[in-house]
Write a protein that binds this ligand. Sequence first.
Ligand SMILES: [Mg+2]
Length: 264
Amino acid sequence: MTFSTVLFDLFDTLVRFDRNRLPEVQIDGRSVRSTAGHLFPILAPHAPGVDLVRFFDALIWSWQEAERVRATDYREVGAPERFALLFRRLDLDPGRIPADVLDALLSTHKRHLAQAAELPPEHLALITRLARRFRLGIVSNFDYAPTAHGILERERVAGLFQVVVVSADVGWRKPKPAIFEAAFRRLGIGPADALFVGDRADIDVVGAKAVGMAVAWLNPSGEAAPPGLPEPEYELKSLAELERILAPGDPGAEPSEPPAHLIG
Ligand SMILES: [Mg+2]
């Protein structure tokens, strides 16, 4: 198979997310990793009678509720909508929360999430090499596009990608075809032109196969493929193995005819 384009999932494929890099906060005497300790002081003046414990519980609930909706039909629940769920859970009218307070909550929450994400140096080197031979793109399930773009800019790799499609902008999440098709449209390609690379069998493999793309499943722990799902064309222990898969498309990697002057 030869491809002109490689499309990547973002989190836990290109960048690693480490929960232990989230801020620590004491909730009811126990230490948890959460943005709650930074968000609560922003909302507190507008939420009389709400304490940190109740705020933390509502924050967790709003995430679970958003995840429940996302799992139902793959509609993305964007970060502002998720925060509206949080406000209602605290008996607050989302319409009465000032816009600058919502903006401060969103930017604080997402800044701390971004700080927990990092691009490993070996991934930077790999995509820098691949960008010389392929068009690269990202198709990511994430509820707030500015954070995804911000991580790529901070890591100085935004310019390596011709397209970055985030579910928060499309309104649909992988494995829904619409998010992959948005990438095809913006690149002017069809599914046969691209290889998809992602770490989730149920999201990345299922979604890419459904639109007719070949898939490389990043499966570092070697877990068994969930039964009943389509099989990926390739399975990778690490992203570095991509270069082996993609080598046949590179004329320099194939044994070539000796130059005419050596044949005589
Ligand atoms: Mg992922």
